[in-house]
Write a protein that binds this ligand. Structure first.
Ligand code: NA7
Length: 535
């Protein structure tokens, strides 16, 4: 049975994924009345919904986990280098059970409106189940890549077969055996799903508009001795990641790829290719800023694709073009390129011959070509970062909505708060390192900072905390200044909102580094939260 949320709260947390669960635990520990509202019927957030075949994290399991409770660290043992979705979901449930978190969550309920009452200094909250409650503070733990983006293709909603989005995969699964399956989208989700779908489908058609750079994950079972060693020194291990630019342990090269002798460069690339994982991104200092340097890595990957894929025409189509290496998210692959050597897999390039409509059970291209399917999988990504926030009618001071305040792109202080929306905190959202870091490092840092800030307010009799416009302008400029010289600005990716029609083209993440960002946040706290007006 659905648990009715309390009518009055110190803190409402929206979402029961990694961020929401830790927020709940920490605020409880601090003695606050806190409750989580979750739209789904169970916890896990994106790891509950992204249950498509092949779904896996592209950060290593030993890094993609909580560190705040050493008992949990010691009790849980990861089995694979890159954890698959079922193992991550088991982990989240293990933590929730261990800390008795379910009792603080209302499931199957969506927050539909958050209206700020300036006189009472609290948020008035409405849900789709008819709940009305008030909360002094609201923590948005609603995710970054949690609002699935459906392609604007005429007739797709009326597809005559089974339609499934990777980001909201049907709980009951999808019957694939022997069927004609099509996949639209070849980003991380599509690349992960394709090899698994190919094994089950009678025939698989992959509709590719943009080829992404993909590097072997070289996933493997973890050596128990390695895991035991890490556990024995976990906090020390984790501390390195906390202060690392990406929140990981990746080596960051200091040389320019343009200064290195071609044979040495080739050797380095081969070593990284064999080791697997995304380390190639940071192998040289100029991969993020110099197109000619990045091209060296791009050329290396294209050579590997041409070696792996037997049909030369298919290999050429799979070679990325038109954007610099690293300017879109680097994809980790397991058997992706080899899958195109199977007889039941066909690659259809829809860059020049786009999908115009779906008619009955057929995907129809501009040329008139028709692809008849039983199952159509959309691996078309998410309305990233702002999507989950805009899905709620958030009205701040004077009734101003969040989409109005962010009409030209997100404007925040530290990514955490925004002027005109007092006592509202976003975990790992736009304006912070977020999805360009190890999310678990960023989530823990944000949850700890935000909950400390809330506690500071209670201790000091403060009921209203609002970001100053000056601090917000400065931070928004800083986010822009750091991103501007990078190649990220040249990739038409979801990082800049390019995948959502009408979304402002702004780079939404802070690229100044996780360690530096932590220092900035800590300094703000040490300065009694300078940048916020506290009443
Ligand atoms: P992405 O990375 O946004 O990829 C979406 C893919 O869908 C991408 O290849 C798009 O091509 C493609 N797409 C979208 N609309 C269409 C239409 N209309 N026709 C053809 N192709 C289309 O989403 P993912 O879910 O793979 O990954 C998102 C993140 O989740 C990932 O980076 C990880 O951090 C986890 P396009 O590139 O726009 O040409």
């Amino acid at each position: 049975m659905r648990a009715t949320p309390p009518a009055e709260l110190d803190v409402l947390v929206v979402g029961a994924g990694f961020s929401g669960l830790y927020s709940l635990h920490r605020l409880r520990t601090l003695g606050r009345t806190v409750h989580v509202i979750e739209g789904d019927d169970d916890l896990g957030g994106v790891w509950y919904r992204n249950r498509y075949p092949g779904a896996r994290c592209d950060i290593e399991s030993v890094d993609y986990c909580y560190s705040f409770d050493d008992t949990i660290v010691q009790e849980w043992t990861w089995t694979e280098r890159y954890p698959a979705q079922p193992e991550i979901l088991r982990y989240i449930n293990f933590v929730a059970d261990r800390l008795d978190l379910r009792s603080g969550i209302t499931f199957d309920t969506r927050v539909t409106a958050l209206h700020w009452d300036d006189e009472a200094a609290l948020w008035r909250v409405t849900t789709d189940q008819g709940d009305r409650l008030v909360a002094r503070h609201v923590v948005m733990a609603s995710g970054q890549l949690s609002t699935p983006q459906l392609p604007a293709i005429e007739g797709i909603a009326d597809f005559a077969g089974t339609l499934a989005h990777t980001g909201d995969w049907p709980r009951e699964g999808v019957e694939l055996t022997g069927r004609r399956v099509g996949v639209i989208g070849t980003g991380s989700s599509g690349v992960q799903a394709v090899p698994q779908l190919a094994k089950q489908a009678g025939h698989l058609t992959v509709f590719q508009r943009t080829a992404h750079y993909a590097i072997p994950a070289r996933n493997r079972e973890l050596d128990p001795a390695y895991v035991a060693d890490l556990k024995a020194r976990f906090q020390e291990y984790r501390d390195i990641a906390r202060h690392h630019p990406g929140g990981t342990h990746r080596h960051i090269g200091t040389e320019s790829a343009l200064d290195v002798d071609p044979a040495a460069l080739e050797e380095t690339f081969h070593g990284l290719w064999e080791r697997g994982g995304p380390d190639i991104l940071a192998a040289y200092r100029d991969f993020r800023t110099d197109e000619k340097a990045a091209e060296k890595a791009g050329d290396f990957v294209k050579q590997r694709i041409r070696e792996i894929v037997e049909d030369p025409a298919t290999a050429e189509k799979l070679c990325p073009r038109g954007y610099p290496f690293g300017s879109k998210r680097l994809v980790l692959e397991i058997d992706y390129y080899t899958t195109f050597n199977r007889d039941n897999v066909e690659l259809v390039d829809v860059a020049d011959d786009p999908i115009t409509r779906v008619e009955g059970n057929a995907v129809v291209l501009a040329s008139g070509a028709r692809h008849e399917l039983d199952v159509l999988v959309t691996a078309t990504g998410f309305d990233a970062l702002t999507g989950p926030l805009f899905a709620i009618d958030v009205r701040g001071v004077g009734g101003r909505t969040l989409p109005e305040a962010w009409a030209d792109g997100p404007r925040t202080f530290l990514g955490i708060g925004t002027h005109g929306f007092p006592n509202l905190y976003v975990v790992a959202g736009a304006g912070s390192p977020s999805v360009l870091s190890n999310m678990l490092i960023s989530i823990e840092q944000h949850v700890e900072w935000i909950t400390d800030f809330i506690e500071y307010q209670y201790k000091n009799g403060i009921t209203r905390a609002e970001v100053d416009t000056e601090a917000q302008d400065r931070w928004t400029q800083e986010v822009y200044d750091v991103a501007e010289p990078t190649l990220f600005m040249k990739g038409n990716s979801w990082y800049v909102g390019a995948n959502v029609p009408g979304k402002p083209r702004v780079f939404m993440l802070y690229l100044g580094g996780v360690g530096h960002y932590r220092d900035v946040c800590d300094q703000v706290a040490a300065d009694d939260y300078a940048g916020f007006t506290l009443n």
